[in-house]
Write a protein of this length. Sequence first.
Length: 156
Amino acid sequence: MTAGLGQGYFPALSSRAPGGHPARRAAVVALTATISGCAAVGPNYNFPWELQDPGGKATALARAYDSTREALALTGRVSAPERALIEALPARYPRRDPIDDQRPWNDAFADAMRFAHKAHSDDLDLRSIFAEAILNRTPWRMWDLRTGEPAAGAEP
C-alpha cells in the first residue's frame, strides 16, 4: 500500500492510528477504490465504472477485491464501525473480474452502507462513505432540472 493513501480521509482506519492494524490498512486500500479524491482507483462520483477503460477497471477491481478479502479475514480484531464498513465492501466489490454492467454494485453498496450507517450513525467516517455511496448511484444526475425534484433513481 502507498504510504498515507486514504489516511487523511479515514483516521480511524489509518495504519498510523493508535492500534493500527492490518485490517484497517486493507480497508483503506479497498476504500481508495471507492472514495473520490484519494488518488483513487476504481469508481467514484466523477469516474463511474462505465467510464473506465477495461484494463484500468480490471486492475482497480482486482486490487479492491483482494484488499476487501484481506480485511474480511481480520474483522474480529477491529471496532464495530470498522467491521460494519469492511462487511459492506463485498457489495461494492463482489468479484475480482469486471462484468459488462457493474452499476448494480452501486445500489448494493449503497444498501450495505445504509445498514452500516444505521448501526453506527454517530460515526462520521461511515456517514461520509454512506453519502458517497448514495451519490455514486446516479452520478451527475441528482436532480430533474425541469421540476427541481430528485431525479429518478436518486435518493431524496
